[in-house]
Design a binder for this molecule. Structure first.
Ligand code: SIN
Ligand code: MN
Length: 264
């Protein structure tokens, strides 16, 4: 299980994000990628479409219909560091695959993740970490995320409702706040091969452009919340905000040198 050192923990507190290029085993990433076409062809309520096409924007809760993604959310190199960063046991709050299709994958306006969960689910504290797992190589061209380093330290910003850029209403951050935050904090866009992983604080301001390149930019976002910070409202479907609060246990790895020789 990966263990963060004090320098990494301090950097997370300072910047609001840690990035680990190529963290996951290539065999495991290949298995996750192999499951994607089938998932993206499914017609289920958990799978939301883009505003301007029928391409998948978010495939929520893939751990409930894919064994590979269920195992991913228990990955020891993810669950261990997340529990360290949050200082306690965690449960899975939300899990989505965002495939951002070549040419037609649409943008995400500037936003923080926590305000939605505070407003809709009445989660009292911003004790959530969001983990990103790259399923494709992410370059400057295929719609990578942009983060404003240190912006999480400002806490919850005024909400600007953005009903235009997405197929649903996003609780966004104003251009004025983004401009001001960028005067004090650097913009950062983590680029890397499939299998790269970031972990960010749920109040960091982030967004991403449309994908006008010929390369898909699929990634997962997996949000973990502390088990002593439970939601008290459940207006959204189960697959958008889970209410199974059992602590996520890191799966046990057997070092037999075979990717199939692991147990859950
Ligand atoms: C993206 O997939 O580009 C954005 C996802 C997010 O903000 O959660
Ligand atoms: Mn987000």
């Amino acid at each position: 299980m990966m263990h963060l050192d004090q320098t990494q923990i301090r950097r997370f507190e300072e910047d609001g994000i840690l990035f680990f290029p190529g963290l996951l085993d290539p065999g495991e990433v290949a298995e996750l990628r192999a499951e994607l076409p089938e998932i993206l062809a499914m017609d289920r309520p958990e799978i939301l479409r883009e505003k301007h096409s029928s391409n998948v924007r978010c495939a929520f809760a893939p751990h409930t219909y894919s064994e590979g993604y269920r195992r991913l959310m228990q990955h020891p190199d993810i669950v261990g560091p997340v529990a360290q960063l949050l200082g306690g046991s965690v449960y899975l709050h939300q899990f989505s695959i965002n495939p951002k299709a070549a040419f037609v994958g649409e943008a995400w306006g500037w936003h923080q993740d926590y305000p939605t969960w505070r407003v809709e689910n009445r989660i009292a504290r911003p004790d959530l970490v969001v983990v990103g797992v790259y399923l494709d190589e992410v370059t400057e061209f295929n719609g990578p995320l942009f983060f404003i380093l240190g912006s999480h330290r400002r806490g919850v910003l005024d909400i600007e409702t953005d009903a235009t850029s997405t197929s649903y209403t996003l609780l966004g951050v104003s251009d004025e706040d983004v401009a001001e935050l960028c005067r004090n904090g650097r913009l950062y866009s983590p680029l890397g091969p499939a299998g790269s992983v970031w972990m960010f604080h749920c109040n960091i301001v982030h967004g991403s452009n449309a994908n006008m390149s010929p390369s898909r930019r699929a990634l997962c976002t997996i949000s973990y919340n502390r088990t002593d910070n439970l939601p008290s409202a459940h207006p959204r479907p189960e697959w958008e905000a889970h209410s199974e609060f059992t602590p996520v246990e890191a799966r046990i790895e057997h070092s037999l040198g075979e990717s199939g020789a692991r147990s859950a």
